[in-house]
Design a binder for this molecule. Structure first.
Ligand code: GAF
Length: 373
């Protein structure tokens, strides 16, 4: 039974429509978004669907096919909730001042949770699109991405950047999205690995990921502290890396600055290679990004390091953790004819350490958020 049919069963009437927003993989540009920097994500085929219909009593009722449990009901003007429902309720609260009213929402997802593939942003964006469409509220997508970010900050308490909702709302099939997180301007960069004889493997390491446990917020605070000491608005503005490193006494802050500044350069290099039709050369940049996230930004985890190590030994072009870190997923770029060997090497590395087998996901650059029906 699909989400439309389940909606009718749960709420006793048909939905007015179904909206879908995808998860994302960030190709490169990690922990740069909240430093006003550059990111290069693409949308996954997997995502979150929301079947929805208006209510005329100012009540928002939400239910999830995956989370189970009861229907959550709150006034759309704001109510107290916890867990997954924080996201749709937070999005409705933010949109309330734009004129949306009550609604019934049924949420269905085929994105693995906790895999660092941005299931929360997908839920925020699918909800936001549904509510705007239902109430005829016109919000440009870059603005909707900022509203989703606000909902996550204010309701879920996670000080995330602009990348995830932007990827979900603005990405297009066959492309990565180059986003300048200071100006908010974005452009499409062709990225179709299979056409270049390449395979991009996405690997859920099954090491759970959450941004809410403090590590992410601490990194963000360290970056802000470093920018303050360097007298710049954001680490994006550091032009003389050697000079900046020389002037910072705290070794932790030096490492954070080293990562952010070099990662922005890696994004620019990656975009240049993709525009030149040299996707295979991305591999070295991916691995350099991973080493920087492991050693300078210190957000990698043992399973991610093992994937990159096993894959590169098996002859892959390169790989890196993707997303916020502390668990989640890894991407590996390999020649298509080495993909099977690479995959086997990763599986063997996990088995040898007694870890749960990793899951391999389809990582085809796909269409962004849209109305399905
Ligand atoms: C998480 C955040 F939500 C993003 O905004 C971004 O900071 C990312 O971690 C790290 O690049 O996905």
């Amino acid at each position: 039974m699909n989400v439309r049919e389940r909606f009718a069963e749960v709420f006793g009437r048909p939905p007015e429509g179904v909206w879908r927003a995808p998860g994302r993989i960030n190709l490169i540009g990690e922990h740069t978004d909240y430093n006003d920097g550059l990111v290069l994500p693409f949308a996954l085929p997997m995502g979150v669907s929301v079947a929805a219909a208006r209510r005329d009593d100012g009540v928002l009722e939400v239910r999830s096919l995956q989370a189970g449990g009861e229907t959550v009901r709150v006034p759309v003007a704001g109510g107290s909730v916890s867990g997954w429902a924080t996201y749709p309720v937070g999005m409705a609260w933010v949109l309330h001042e734009y004129g949306i009213g009550g609604a019934s929402l049924l949420v269905d997802s085929d994105l693995p949770q906790g895999a660092g593939l941005s299931s929360s942003a997908a839920l925020l964006c699918a909800t936001g699109l549904a509510l705007c469409d239902l109430y005829g509220v016109e919000v440009e997508r870059p603005e909707l991405a900022r509203l989703a970010q606000r909902a996550e900050w204010d309701f879920a308490g996670v000080p995330s950047g602009l990348m995830d909702p932007s990827a979900s709302l603005l990405a297009t099939a066959g492309h990565a999205l180059m986003l300048d997180c200071r100006s908010g301007l974005s452009s499409r960069v062709p990225f179709a690995p299979e056409e270049a004889g390449l395979t991009l493997l996405a690997i859920d390491t099954r090491a759970g990921h959450t941004l809410a446990d403090g590590g992410y917020a601490r990194r963000r605070a360290e970056c802000e502290r470093a920018a303050g000491l360097l007298g710049v608005a954001a680490l994006r503005d550091v032009k003389d890396l050697a000079g900046a490193l020389g002037s910072l006494r705290d070794p932790v802050l030096r490492r954070r600055v080293q990562h952010v500044v070099t990662e922005n350069h890696r994004v620019e290099a990656a975009v240049g290679l993709l525009r030149a039709g040299a996707a295979a050369e991305l591999g070295a940049l991916l691995t350099a990004s991973h080493l920087s996230l492991r050693d300078q930004f210190e957000v990698s985890w043992p399973q991610a390091d093992a994937v990159v190590d096993a894959a590169t030994r098996a002859g892959a072009r390169g790989g890196r953790m993707t997303g916020g870190g502390f668990g989640g997923s890894v991407i590996v770029l390999t020649a298509a004819d080495r993909a099977e060997r690479t995959r086997a090497a990763v599986e063997e590395a996990f088995a040898a350490r007694g870890w749960a087998a990793p899951a391999f996901l389809a990582a085809t650059p796909s269409q962004g958020a849209r109305r399905l029906a």
